[in-house]
Design a protein around this ligand. Structure first.
Ligand SMILES: C[S@@+](CC[C@H](N)C(=O)[O-])C[C@H]1O[C@@H](n2cnc3c(N)ncnc32)[C@H](O)[C@@H]1O
Length: 305
């Protein structure tokens, strides 16, 4: 059977994350559990891992693992509510939190509508409880909403032309499948893999509210991590990385007054120290062994108060 997901930057991320072998760690994105297993291997009998994921397949794997290792508990929830569900699970603070963003290889290769490489019904929901799938977005958004989405989340320069082409095509027949959508994209923007993956990624970000979840998840993480604990984030594209970089920069700043202010009146205190001035990227050996690692960037911050 194919591997569910090959964990990315495994050693680099967990070396920086785990500082207390008896601490309680959060894996905000369990996936196939690669990072969780590595965290557990570094913990003693009093250490714990609370793992989040919205995908039912991850839940199945986590249930198997937690039946063998009682130190793991699984929370089938969006990490945007990490603080609330952490508290509900009896956690007042955490020794460290990991986010390994995006989708797993299993989701890309097997779940519905994530990839333009397979012809399937448009779906792209990580959490099947969400009401709106890629099908509804493509077939019901106004042209300017579609254009904004492709421009903002896919950085597509021909976003307006593409949006108009989608609206025109669905006026004749509903766009049901990934192949139908890919055909329109290829016609307007070109048939390159880079373009198709950017457009499909934009749709996935919209369907799952990925950037809003990330901002909320990071807010919760900075609140929940205890002093000396760390937040490690592995991102896979510039939109995610920018949010992580800006959040860490804001939390590390001692003053956010406007530059023209003569004295500081904001009273802001730094809550973290950034441990990775430049993000850590996978080495050539990892990229050769796992192509999906090629765009990964790891940023880590340590809570100081
Ligand atoms: C790259 S995979 C994680 C792989 C994992 N680190 C491993 O080693 O197997 C990302 C996972 O995060 C989950 N995910 C993405 N956004 C989420 C969110 N907002 N809340 C909870 N889980 C999320 C996805 O369902 C997916 O399983």
């Amino acid at each position: 059977m194919a591997v569910y997901h090959e964990p990315v930057l495994l050693k680099e991320s967990i070396d920086l994350l785990v500082t207390d072998s008896n601490g309680t760690y959060i894996d905000a994105t369990f996936g196939g559990g690669g990072h969780t297993r590595e965290i557990l291997s570094r913990l003693g009998k009093d250490g714990r891992v609370l793992a989040f994921d919205v995908d039912d397949n991850s839940r199945r794997i986590a249930d198997e693992l937690s039946s063998e290792d009682g130190r793991l508990s699984f929370v089938p929830q969006n990490f945007s509510h990490l603080k609330e569900f952490g508290k509900e699970s009896g956690l007042d603070s955490s020794a460290g939190i990991l986010f390994d963003l995006g989708v797993s290889s299993y989701q890309l290769d097997n779940e519905e509508g994530f990839s333009y490489r397979r012809d399937e019904r448009l779906d792209m929901r990580l959490d099947k409880k969400l009401d709106i799938s890629a099908y509804e977005v493509v077939n019901s958004y106004q042209a300017d909403e579609l254009a904004d989405m492709f421009f903002k989340f896919g950085e597509e320069p021909r976003s307006r032309v593409l949006a108009r082409a989608i609206v025109k095509a669905r006026g004749k027949n509903r766009i049901e499948t990934t192949a139908q959508l890919a055909e329109i994209v290829a016609h307007v923007c070109g048939r390159s893999d880079k373009t198709l993956s950017r457009i499909f990624q934009a749709l996935r970000i919209e369907v799952n509210g990925e950037l809003d979840s990330l901002s909320a998840g990071l807010d919760g993480a900075v609140d929940l991590v205890s002093r000396g604990g760390r937040i490690a984030v592995i991102s896979y594209h510039s939109l995610e990385d920018r949010i992580v970089k800006e959040k860490f920069k804001f939390e590390a700043a001692t003053c956010v007054c406007p530059p023209e202010a003569i004295i500081c009146t904001c009273g802001k205190k730094a809550r973290v120290r950034i441990l990775t001035r430049k993000p850590i990227a996978p080495g050539e050996t990892e990229i050769r062994a796992n192509r999906r690692a090629r765009s990964a960037k790891l940023r880590v911050a340590e809570k100081t108060i």
